[in-house]
Design a protein. Structure first.
Length: 256
């Protein structure tokens, strides 16, 4: 017997499979989604700042069942030698181990590292890093509940932008974000995890409403060019509505 290995049982039996429920359709008879939303409706958003006392700025966001928290530390002096004219923005995106249907690991995987790079690209155009030479800003985002990867990325961008403003970091404009799914030649705004399982493609758009500039777009899957152009317009309109929620949360933090 090899004592360095975990030996399996001598006899094996077939597993007991439970009845897996079928995925519900995208739309019911009233042309409504599972949560009674229309195709272009967004989920209610709850946004609050000042959740993490030890951080320079923080924000907590809920978009339906999607929940995420963001903490911003800095600006701090870089430890490496040499002079840099512009500051550095570091973002770390992490799913909590209990946030997904399948338990996540403690170490960041390839998907989380890719989402971290997307956050940096979406937020960097808005942050005035030229005013922070030889400095670094650290942004940490933890997803507490995952109800769709695209919606988690959009919620992370919103929370990170709000936390940066709460930390007093000078920015050109707030960065809002919105996700869209392509399924059966239709555009579904702010899709859930069950809706993502039936998608043909997806899009996450980051937008600065005051400057009317798109900072980043992530598109995956297959879609028609005309549908993509329409999805960009709908995401921009949705981002303009989300800006009012972010502004209200920042004003309330100042009053407190």
């Amino acid at each position: 017997m090899d004592r360095k290995r975990v030996n399996g049982p001598e006899q094996s039996v077939p597993p007991l499979l439970k009845n897996v429920p079928a995925t519900p359709p995208l739309f019911n008879e009233q042309n409504k989604r599972a949560d009674q939303r229309c195709a272009h409706d967004l989920r209610p958003i709850f946004l609050k700042t000042g959740l993490v006392n030890q951080a320079n700025g923080s924000a907590y966001i809920e978009m339906g069942n999607t929940k995420a928290v963001c903490a911003v530390y800095g600006p701090r002096q870089l430890k490496r030698s040499g002079f840099s004219n512009n500051g550095t923005l570091n973002c770390e995106f992490k799913f909590a181990t209990f946030s997904c249907a399948k338990r996540r690991g403690h170490m960041r995987d390839a998907e989380e590292k890719g989402l971290s790079n997307t956050l940096v690209q979406a937020l960097t155009p808005a942050v005035r890093l030229e005013l922070l030479p030889k400095s670094a800003i650290d942004v940490y985002i933890t997803v507490l509940e995952n109800d769709g990867t695209s919606s988690c990325l959009a919620a992370a961008i919103i929370a990170a932008s709000t936390a940066l403003a709460d930390a007093g970091i000078e920015m050109l404009d707030q960065v809002t974000a919105c996700s869209a799914l392509f399924a059966k030649d239709q555009i579904i705004m702010d899709g859930t995890e069950n809706e993502e399982k039936q998608r043909d493609g997806s899009m996450v758009l980051s937008y600065m409403p005051s400057l009317n500039e798109v900072t980043h777009i992530v598109q995956t899957g297959q879609s028609d060019p005309a549908i993509v152009s329409q999805a960009v317009s709908q995401c921009i309109d949705a981002c303009s509505k989300i800006l009012s929620v972010m502004s209200t949360a920042l004003v309330e933090s100042l009053r407190q």
